[in-house]
Design a protein around this ligand. Structure first.
Ligand code: NZQ
Ligand code: ZN
Length: 393
């Protein structure tokens, strides 16, 4: 096991009616001027926004709202949010929605705590983030894990670059997680979310680390198996409270770093996928299931026993050589994604990146002009990224 430092300070309030504790809890965190961020209107339609506003106003908080976050959240909205939050003298940012809303809230918190600095400068490394403002979320979609993660992903719509920022300042103070709030998620978002949750652990399971990590392996494998089993129930009946609870909680555990302890994560598929979303506005989960099959085929020979273990423990594939098991495991994973209705190549994804120039452009963006290698399981330069994009064709 490699040395690690794990600090995930986010308080979790989980269960039916969790959001009703918002006033009591935010008071504990010293909030006074609460700036609420939400998305394209699902929380207006469901009545959740009005309910939360009512609770906060009647408890005496000053409240201002800003809606309009789009999936693959845009920098322009964040900049607008920073201006509005500063004018309101916000001291607490509350996200009500999914990963895009929470990521925007995190970015608005950073910008509001650092007036005078363009928030994008933190994402492209021109400025180092040294302080922020507390963020809470009322989660409505189990997927990105942003409610506990140290990451936030924003798209600069002027350049088409979708970039993540990892910093302890991205860990929200508190998350309110009521599985019932996810009952209205569109089916497409449900399966994209399930795929994203699985990918957050898969991208931590296949890494260059050769040291034994028995416990972390078991945690990761249990999470993968549980999410796959629960997804069968949830896809059939999205109002199944138990299945949606399991998926929601696994979503938070999958991306809070708990499934990587003792080894370094890889996240190559996320980086290659972000370029697809930045350029073509592809839904995040769909970008990942498009890339993973090609990535797995490209790298599996680097650690055949690892892929064989994955096949055995996740899919119960015990016959054949390690090579045969590894191949059968990859096939089973791809079939599972297909069973959810997820795309597993560019054709299924339905975007026209088949020509060489488009693929070279994506690979160039992903590797910052061939100056950065991606991942550690099989570190990729631009030429290798091109090969993976071509395999995904
Ligand atoms: O905008 P509204 O109207 O709320 O509708 C949203 C949106 O259209 C809808 N939705 C959410 N909850 C709903 C609902 N519709 C009905 N009922 C509900 N209860 O779902 C759509 C998608 O929402 P979005 O927030 O974009 O989805 P998700 O949670 O999958 O977040 C995706 C974003 O998170 C980033 C992704 O790259 C993407 O930009 N990620 C963030 C991470 C992080 N911060 O740690 C890690 C991930 O790897 C990921 O990169
Ligand atoms: Zn993800």
């Amino acid at each position: 096991m490699q040395s690690f430092n794990f600090k995930c300070p986010t308080e979790i309030v989980f269960g039916r009616g969790a959001e009703e504790q918002v006033a009591t809890k935010l008071r504990e965190y010293g909030a006074s001027h609460i700036f609420i961020v939400y998305g394209g209107g699902s929380v207006v339609k469901s009545g959740l926004l009005a309910k939360v506003e009512r609770i906060l106003l009647s408890a005496g908080f000053a409240v201002q709202t800003l809606g309009g976050v789009q999936p693959n959240p845009r920098l322009g909205f964040v900049r607008q949010g920073v201006r509005t939050a500063l004018a309101f003298q916000a001291d607490f940012i509350l996200a009500i929605g999914g990963g895009s809303v929470i990521d925007s809230a995190k970015a608005i918190a950073h910008g509001t705590a650092n007036p005078g600095i363009d928030v994008w400068d933190f994402w492209c490394g021109r400025e180092k983030l040294t302080r922020s403002m507390p963020v809470a979320s009322i989660l409505t979609l189990a997927a990105a894990g942003s409610e506990t993660s140290d990451s936030a992903v924003i798209t600069n719509e002027e350049t088409g670059k979708k970039a993540g920022l990892n910093t302890p300042f991205n860990r929200p103070a508190i998350a309110f997680m009521n599985p019932e709030l996810t009952f209205t998620v569109p089916k497409k978002q449900l399966v994209c979310g399930i795929s994203d949750i699985l990918m957050h652990t898969l991208e931590r399971y296949f890494t260059s680390c050769k040291e034994t990590n028995a416990f972390t392996d078991l945690v990761a494998e249990s999470l993968l198996k549980n999410v796959m089993a629960q997804s069968k129930v949830a896809v059939e009946n999205q109002q199944d409270y138990d299945a949606m609870s399991e998926i929601m909680w696994c979503g938070s555990v999958s991306h809070c770093n708990f499934t990587e302890l003792g080894r370094a994560k890889d996240f190559t598929c996320h980086k290659l996928g972000h370029e697809l979303s930045g350029r073509f506005d592809v839904t995040h989960g769909a970008s990942l299931t498009t890339i993973w099959p090609a990535w797995a085929q490209y790298v599996w020979r680097d650690d055949v026993p690892r892929f064989a273990q994955f096949a055995e423990r996740i899919f119960g594939i015990t016959s054949g050589s390690d090579e045969e098991k590894a191949q059968a495991g990859i096939k089973a994973m791809v079939e599972y994604f297909r069973s959810l209705g997820m795309p597993t190549n560019f054709t299924e994804l339905g975007i026209g990146v088949q020509d060489k120039n488009s693929i070279a452009y994506l690979a160039d963006m992903a590797t910052a002009g061939d100056t950065k290698k991606l991942g550690n399981f099989h570190p990729l330069d631009k030429a290798m990224a091109i090969e993976i994009y071509q395999l995904a064709n």
